[in-house]
Write a protein that binds this ligand. Structure first.
Ligand code: HEC
Length: 171
């Protein structure tokens, strides 16, 4: 009861006082439980519904576009809003790398961490390229991202490679 009151008052006091509230809550049993993650999505679902759409969003705005009739053509952002969207997708890639590393989702092999972290690093590079509105750099980041996807599939699920073709890269 005291704890609930405490939490309520913390919420009311707002973010500025969160640190102080956090300190008070350290002794409370609730605060001792480990953080929990929602791991309902299995790896196939994570790839198909989270990572691939995110990466496609980046690739599509990074010049990696294949038009069935006209072949490849450039589709770089033409205004600040467009570049903002690229930066958003790049940031999601950074965080998707973290999501791959969640306890219960990450594979124990060292390569898993290497590729997951590489994905976050490439995401950061792409964010910078978007901030600089640098077409060449965003194209290169898109290429690096594709290499990371492919390297991890090669290591962990080689038969994915034959099926794996991001929408914007399919031939
Ligand atoms: C850290 C390793 C890792 C990285 C990095 C990775 N994948 Fe995967 N991916 C997997 C594994 C493992 C599977 C097989 C999952 C399963 O059992 O179906 C998979 C499967 C897939 C599939 C097939 C899903 C299905 O419907 O069967 C797609 C599509 C995919 N990945 C897209 C991507 C894209 C796009 C990227 C890069 C932006 C990427 N993956 C990066 C490990 C990875």
């Amino acid at each position: 009861m005291t704890l609930i009151k405490q939490i309520k008052s913390c919420l009311l006091l707002g973010a500025a006082l969160l640190t102080a509230c956090g300190e008070t809550a350290v002794d409370a049993p609730v605060a001792e439980s480990a953080p929990t993650y929602n791991l309902t999505l299995n790896m196939t679902e994570f790839m198909a519904h989270v990572l691939e759409p995110t990466a496609d969003g980046l690739w599509r705005s990074a010049g990696w576009v294949l038009d069935e009739v006209d072949g490849y053509y450039e589709l770089y952002p033409t205004d600040d809003e467009g570049w903002q969207r690229v930066e958003n997708h790049a940031a999601m890639i950074v965080e998707a790398g973290n999501a791959l590393m969640l306890p219960g989702r990450a594979m124990p092999q060292a390569e898993w961490a290497t590729y997951s972290q590489a994905m976050s690093t490439v995401g950061l590079t792409a964010m910078q390229a978007a901030r600089d509105q640098d077409k060449e750099a965003i194209f290169q980041a898109g290429a690096q991202l594709y290499s990371v996807c492919t390297a991890c599939h090669q290591a962990f699920n080689p038969e994915i490679l034959s099926r794996f073709a991001p929408g914007s890269l399919a031939d």
